[in-house]
Design a protein around this ligand. Structure first.
Ligand code: C2E
Ligand code: CA
Ligand code: CA
Length: 730
């Protein structure tokens, strides 16, 4: 085969590059002699070919049948950092990376396939500086070609591409890991609405496995009620109307419950802006929703009882008044606990709180389903009832409410007796504001307090007048003392053993110029608030002692009991005042009893101990009034120098009739005896009560059964000689 024919043949197969390789190989292999044969034209061609090969960024290699490199094009200098000539004569296998060697050899030694490009072969060849250069080689098997008898490899340096591939791979791996481990739920959603891929967080959020979700419709994951809205939003994204959307929606958990999420969905576009898929970032909103709901709840609820609070109540009252119908009126009940302060002060705030919670529970049971119970503040509760037919049903409701509260509450500290005063105001359909109704109910509640507590009062204009009257009373009371309008009435205290009057309780009255005889319940608490009770109390003590001294002068050895108010007890000057009164009346202190209510004593028990000791030091006796209505600490009771317990008349009232009252009377009387005190029963009205009291061993009794409080004259100069006929004189 002539050189020219060979070249033409090669050119036919490979085009410029390969031809050049072959030419060069000839050039090297065959000697100068051969070159002399080539024509002038060929020399030109060769020069061109050389130039081309120098320019080429690929390396062309010719490997003979034995696997030895016979020729490398100049690009090798640049790619491998060493001269192409340095490779010639080396077996190719020794140049390639050990890991690639087998594959390269296999390719070289595979049975001849004939000319034409074959599968690309990748392998690495070491650079002069030691690093490995990745090559992508195209093989052309010319072993059967008589002129060539070797394999031509066109090798391209793909190190850069490999590096980029590696980086892309790393980046992809990083992305995958971010996707998998994101604390947010992530999903790829196809344009058809199917989930292409979801991460674990998202799968866990709905209680399913990741692979269970792939392929499922994104809408199927959405809570049925939210599907339509979600679909609309997704559609807008796919059509490009929106680029990104934040969708607050519910998913359906595998167990069926809704799961609140916030999904931020955006459309991902590929080349030429074609929409590819949607990416959704899903945030679990359960906690935030719950805390939002909690906050909303807290804003309108009392944290202690969980009841609606004052602003909420007023708001609801507004609504109720706006929708009031002529047939059903709106009733507002104002419920105030009696003597709550005593519990709070004597047992502490924690006990007070527990008592309020217990009361709230009781009130809840007393109202109807549609009614609203609220904690208005402190120990005040309000109840809103719509559709109340009239006053009778309002009063029934109030009685039910007051009744629900009245019975002992068991606290860790012991049983506490609670009661409530309830005021009711009914709407008149006269465009009332919530404020007026509440004010009226409050006024009615105060009236219930004035009427002796533990009761309910309906507001009416008269009750309002009463409030105003109270204000006037306050002013009048100032002058009552000076004008000598106060009177003292006396109620006998009977020895239940003998039936004789052993003493009197002094009970205050006000001979009002317009209102007539006014009982202490109508003005004592007012006097207490204004402080007027201190001079009034002194006057009462003086008058009672003067009267007792008069009886003593007649030879009647009776005792005199005088009530002391909380305010008086708190006066540091009290023992001094009492001492002065005793001196002035020239009365034997041993005949004087001072009555202090249980709740007053326990209010500030520690300082009460001091005052009581000072009083007892004067020689007077002390008794605990209204015993059973407050909470007594037994340890204090032991420390107080008291000598009698007066069983509150509310318990005597049910004695022998109500098992609870009977039990309380029994307990109080035995307690008195256990502490070495005498028991005095108040409010004895029936012979049955008297019989029970005697059975229980109660020493003294006082009540309408024996006598009502009356002016001293009523009992004559020797009341001690009077004997109550119902009791045998012994
Ligand atoms: P208290 O000390 O518990 O007085 C007993 C009250 O029970 C008296 O009411 C008396 O009239 C009433 N009572 C007596 N027996 C019966 C009965 O069989 N049935 C009924 N239903 N009631 C009976 P009163 O006189 O209206 O006094 C009320 C309260 O006013 C007294 O309760 C006492 O806490 C206070 N008070 C009276 N006088 C004075 C006083 O001079 N100073 C002070 N600080 N408070 C006084
Ligand atoms: Ca009393
Ligand atoms: Ca009493």
């Amino acid at each position: 085969m002539s050189t020219e024919t060979g070249l033409a043949l090669a050119a036919g197969f490979f085009g410029g590059m390969f031809v050049t390789a072959v030419v060069l190989w000839f050039h090297e292999r065959r000697s100068r002699l051969l070159l002399e044969d080539v024509s002038e034209r060929l020399r030109h061609h060769e020069a061109r070919t050389h130039a081309l090969l120098r320019q080429s960024r690929d390396v062309l290699a010719l490997v003979d049948a034995a696997g030895t490199v016979r020729y490398l094009s100049p690009a090798a200098d640049r790619i491998f950092g060493r001269s192409s000539a340095a490779f010639a004569g080396s077996p190719l296998a020794t140049l390639v990376h050990p890991d690639d060697r087998d594959r390269v050899l296999a390719a070289l030694h595979s049975p001849a396939r004939g000319p034409g490009p074959q599968d690309p072969l990748e392998f690495r060849v070491q650079h002069q500086d030691g690093h490995w250069v990745a090559l992508d080689a195209t093989l052309d098997d010319l072993r059967s070609d008589p002129g060539v008898e070797g394999i031509v490899l066109a090798c391209r340096d793909i190190s850069e591409r490999r590096r980029i591939d590696g980086e892309v791979g790393d980046a992809r791996e990083a992305l995958r890991s971010v996707f998998e481990h994101s604390p947010n739920g992530l999903a790829l959603i196809g344009l058809d609405g199917r989930l292409l891929r979801v991460n674990r967080t998202l799968a866990q959020l709905v209680g399913r496995a990741e692979d269970q979700l792939a392929g499922a419709s994104a809408l199927a994951l959405t809570y049925p009620d939210d599907r339509e809205a979600v679909q609309v939003r997704l559609h807008r994204l796919v059509t490009g109307d929106e680029t990104s959307a934040r969708i607050e929606q519910r998913f359906v958990h595998a167990d069926g419950r809704p799961v609140w999420v916030a999904a931020t969905v955006s459309l991902v576009r590929g080349s030429h802006q074609a929409p590819l898929h949607l990416v959704a970032q899903v945030e679990d909103m359960t906690e935030r929703r719950a805390s939002g709901a909690r906050l909303a709840h807290q804003a309108v609820h009392d944290p202690l009882t969980g009841l609606p609070n004052r602003p909420r109540f007023v708001e609801l009252l507004h609504q109720a008044l706006a929708t009031e119908t002529p047939r059903g009126r709106v009733a507002v009940l104002f419920v105030d606990l009696d003597h709550f302060k005593v519990v709070n002060d004597s047992l502490g705030h924690a006990a007070g709180d527990r008592l309020l919670v217990a009361v709230a529970d009781r009130l809840r049971t007393a109202i109807r389903p549609g009614d609203t119970l609220a904690r208005f503040g402190g120990d005040e509760f309000t109840i809103l009832c719509a559709g109340v037919p009239g006053e009778t049903s309002a009063l029934e409701l109030a009685a039910r409410v007051a009744g629900a509260v009245t019975s002992p509450v068991a606290l860790a500290e012991g049983e506490v007796f609670v009661s409530a005063s309830v005021g009711i105001a009914l709407s008149t359909g006269d465009l009332e504001t919530p404020e007026t109704l509440l004010r009226n109910a409050d006024a009615a509640m105060h009236r219930a307090k004035e009427q002796g507590r533990a009761r309910s009062e309906l507001y009416d204009a008269n009750a309002h007048d009463q409030t105003i009257r109270n204000l006037r009373t306050g002013n009048d009371l100032h002058r009552a003392l000076e004008r000598g309008e106060l009177r003292m009435h006396y109620q006998p205290i009977i020895s239940l053993e003998t039936g004789h009057i052993s003493g009197f309780e002094a009970l205050l009255r006000w001979q009002h110029p317009e209102r007539g005889l006014v009982g202490p319940d109508e003005f004592i608490s007012l006097a207490e608030t204004t402080g007027l009770v201190v001079p009034i109390g002194s006057w009462a003590l003086q008058d009672a002692c003067r009267q007792a001294a008069a009886w003593h002068a007649q030879g009647a050895p009776i005792t005199i009991s005088v009530n002391l108010s909380p305010r008086q007890l708190a006066e540091p000057s009290l023992p001094g005042t009492v001492a002065a009164v005793l001196r002035q009346a020239q009365i034997n202190p041993d005949t004087v009893w001072l009555e202090i209510t249980e709740s007053t004593l326990m209010r500030d028990a520690e300082s009460a101990v001091t005052t009581l000791r000072a009083l007892r030091g004067l020689g007077v006796h002390l008794s605990v009034d209204d015993f059973g209505t407050g909470y007594s600490s037994m340890s204090y009771l032991k420390r107080f120098p008291v000598e009698a317990l007066k069983v509150d008349r509310s318990f005597v009232d049910g004695l022998g009739r109500e098992p609870e009252d009977t039990a309380i009377c029994t307990a109080v009387i035995s307690l008195a005896h256990a502490l070495g005190l005498r028991a005095v029963a108040e409010g004895v009205e029936t012979p049955e009560q008297l019989a029970e009291l005697r059975t229980l061993g109660c020493e003294m009794g006082q009540g309408y059964l024996f006598a009502r409080p009356a002016p001293a004259e009523r009992f004559g100069p020797r009341p001690d000689q009077q004997h109550w006929a119902g009791l045998a004189s012994r």
